[in-house]
Design a protein. Structure first.
Length: 232
């Protein structure tokens, strides 16, 4: 099942790229394995997948212990400051930074290990009360503050778009994310050049790719429905 799903997702990604004249290699597929057992991750690995996304620190650490092969782990879910110390050095990208205080903590823990950590700023692009992420208008001040933290690299923006029946409804949000990133880059803030746009999930990743996503995060489309419908 996972092999077939991966093949299907891959085909869809290729088709979306082709529709808008992008190269397939501009888009990274993150297989979101949250709530799914290690065996399923290994099945995906057998198909060549090396990039996985988890949203909870404890679950990520458990899986890291069981899987010895070097993989690219992405932390995609809300992150508490007291958990930061566990993941630094183990994840290649943190998608969900939404405050200066969290960024500061990541910087501090990265300094202890003498490494730089790549992060994305999470944007609440549709202004939903239920969602984590910075509102569009709060983005710039935070960005300016954390651009000077020496052990961070702000690589781009991430969003979780609204849950919609028809993916087309999210197109405008993806367009706004792209615009926001272009705007930020044009401001020439010291230390800030963004090239990663993490947007699009099972329901809408093709539209996201058409609008410029460089990372799509697909869970259900690869591993099947989750038991508990986690909001996040
Ligand atoms: C769960 C999750 C996904 C994947 O969702 P699917 O709809 O199953 O593809 C993507 N991004 C984040 C932040 C998630 O928490």
């Amino acid at each position: 099942m996972i092999a077939e799903n991966l093949k299907q997702v891959e085909e869809n990604i290729c088709a979306a790229c082709k529709r808008v004249g992008r190269n397939r290699d501009e888009v990274t597929l993150v297989a979101v394995s949250k709530t799914k057992p290690v065996e399923m991750i290994q099945e995906a690995m057998a198909e060549g997948m090396v990039t996985f996304g988890e949203n909870r620190v404890q679950e990520l650490m458990d899986k890291l212990e069981k899987i010895k092969e070097p993989l690219q782990w992405h932390l995609i879910g809300h992150l508490q400051r007291n958990k930061v110390k566990y993941i630094i050095g183990h994840v290649c990208l943190i998608h969900s930074v939404d405050s200066f205080r969290l960024a500061e903590q990541i910087n501090q823990e990265s300094e202890k290990k003498q490494i730089k950590t790549d992060i994305l700023l999470e944007i609440n692009i549709a202004d939903e009360d239920s969602k984590f992420g910075l509102k569009k208008e709060h983005e710039m001040p935070v960005l300016k503050q954390l651009a000077v933290l020496p052990y961070l690299r702000v690589r781009g923006l991430m969003t979780v778009a609204p849950f919609v029946e028809n993916a087309e409804e999210n197109r405008k949000h993806f367009q706004n994310m792209k615009k926001l990133m272009v705007d930020i880059n044009q401001k020439n803030i010291n230390n800030v050049y963004m090239d990663i746009l993490s947007m699009g999930m099972t329901g809408d990743y093709e539209v996201a790719i058409e609008e410029g996503a460089t990372i799509v995060r697909v869970g259900t489309g690869i591993f099947g429905e989750r038991e508990k419908k986690l909001q996040y």
